[in-house]
Ligand binder design. Structure first.
Ligand code: PHE
Ligand code: ZN
Ligand code: ZN
Ligand code: ZN
Length: 290
């Protein structure tokens, strides 16, 4: 089914100024590659400010299909030198579940980040990952990481993964989960962006179980951003290799994971936190007036 993800920035919010612009510029080569997927994505980005439409798939394809958008940095037209900033989400869902929350929500925020950043020159390379086959065992992300040369891996600043970022389920909170339970600079940048946007509810603990695991395994700093009723080990309330437990929302992997199951407010917070972190990284050399 098709779901509409509307991301309207609240007035008076003190989020990074890069997320308050409303003028979408057409014909900026945000996505490279030339496939029908890319034409479709670019069409979305050109539609106008703050409106995205994300179509969810229902399949468990053993290989899946990755849709990767790449925008080169200024001064690196061939894309061979610049540090790489990547955001990711998975584009498959389990059979029988429309997947609005899991994980059209993550793709909606990814595309909004791409659209907003399309209005700026970038001093780092931006990659938008739509990974297939996540539900079958992170198949698309593992395959993608395997395609990276050693030189390319070394250019990665980090990967910000978003999986299930739109649930209205009350007990859920925004977590930055890493496979080893350690904070890293991907997490830290998100904390900083949240603080700039007036959000101080981000927590860090331990979990794999989404595409960030494939990047972690390749030595690339990564984190999963997820709204989840996650229960860290207590005591001590210090995250580490023992991890914790979690309770998923009622609509998780069910036919009822539809647009009714999406909270625009939580999408917005995720956008401020993850988008703010990515913008901070990718726009370092660009002057944005406060
Ligand atoms: N990989 C899981 C999924 O897509 C995401 C998840 C992570 C679910 C952690 C629950 C807990 O279904
Ligand atoms: Zn493509
Ligand atoms: Zn799932
Ligand atoms: Zn998922």
């Amino acid at each position: 089914g098709a779901v509409a993800v509307i991301l309207a920035h609240p007035a008076g919010n003190n989020a990074p100024p890069s997320f308050t612009l409303t003028t979408a510029q057409p014909n900026i080569p945000v996505m490279g590659g030339g496939s029908a997927h890319h034409t479709w994505i670019k069409g979305l980005l050109d539609k106008g400010p703050l409106t995205l439409r994300v179509t969810t798939n229902q399949y468990v394809n053993p290989m899946g299909t990755n849709v990767i958008g790449i925008r080169h940095a200024v001064g690196d037209p061939d894309g061979t030198k610049a540090p790489i900033v990547m955001v990711g989400a998975h584009i498959d869902s389990v059979l029988g579940a429309p997947g609005a929350h899991d994980d059209a929500s993550g793709n909606g925020v990814s595309l909004e980040i791409a659209r907003v950043l399309s209005q700026y020159p970038l001093d780092k390379e931006l990659r938008i990952g739509g990974f297939g086959g996540e539900e079958g065992g992170l198949l698309g992300a593992k395959a993608y990481v395997n395609t990276l040369t050693a030189a390319e891996r070394a250019r990665f600043v980090g990967e910000w993964q978003m999986d299930m970022v739109g649930t209205p389920y009350e007990p859920a909170r925004l977590w930055a989960l890493t496979p080893n339970g350690q904070s890293n600079h991907v997490v830290q940048e998100a904390y900083n962006a949240g603080a700039r946007a007036g959000f101080d509810g981000l927590r860090n603990c331990r979990l794999g179980q989404s595409d960030h695991q494939a990047f972690f395994d390749a030595g690339i700093p990564s984190s999963l951003f997820i709204w989840l009723d996650y229960r860290p080990p207590t005591p001590p309330a210090v995250c580490g290799p023992t991890g914790g437990t979690y309770v998923t929302e009622p609509q998780y992997h069910r036919p009822t994971d539809t647009m009714d199951n999406i909270s625009p407010e939580r999408l917005q917070i995720t956008l401020d936190v993850v988008g703010g972190a990515v913008a901070h990284n990718a726009l370092n050399a660009v002057t944005v007036s406060a």
